[in-house]
Design a protein around this ligand. Sequence first.
Ligand code: PEP
Length: 252
Amino acid sequence: MAKKIVAGNWKMNLVKDEAKALASEVVAQAKAETPSDVTLIMGVPFVHIAEVKNIIGDAENVFLAAQNCYDKPSGAYTGEISAAQLKSYGVDYVILGHSERREYFGESNEMLAAKVDAVLENDMLPIFCVGEVLEEREAGKQNEVVSKQLSESLFHLPVEDFKKVVIAYEPVWAIGTGKTASAEQAQDMHKEIRAMLTAKYGDAANDISILYGGSCKPSNANEIFAGADVDGGLIGGASLAAADFVAISKSY
Ligand code: PEP
């Protein structure tokens, strides 16, 4: 069975003291309130990784994610961060292929395949984002787009590695816009994605967590998570308020 996961994506928000305060609140509230079968993940900017790792300490159900990494192991790549460097700070998950990275930083499916490999080689778990833009949805091309993203970045993996990947379906038109996909639209796409994964990897696909992302908040998480193929959420804006983020983790 797929694990239930609620992952936060802080994006490029919060300075040091704010990040420490938010992480402390999330950990305290998650210890008291997040159901034990839910994995809670904070996806934080690189600069806050060491502090947040420290704050998470020995909390059993709270994990740490980075929001990107470079695919090369080391060397003359000024400004980049390798998977091995993230691992050395105790990072558990790495968000890859977020639509903002695809759009503003030109990350292609091919580049992302190399990043997926780097993350797995360093014993971390990728949270791999897929999703269509509005024009693609309006043209009915969402399945085609997502299928290409999955096959070009993930389907080279042997099944043992593929089982470590978390997928996040994030319709780009719903990210940060306040426009959520309906629970039905989310479940329909998640079911499609599950079928694509099953066609490639068979029953192993049933154990893959497929998260929904896009304006998910406490008031709609319950309905969205009710979908049979929705195993949790990737949360942007609402992950910046501890009470909202932890409330979402109770929305199954
Ligand atoms: C995201 O950036 O992954 C996201 C889902 O953002 P938001 O929840 O703010 O739409």
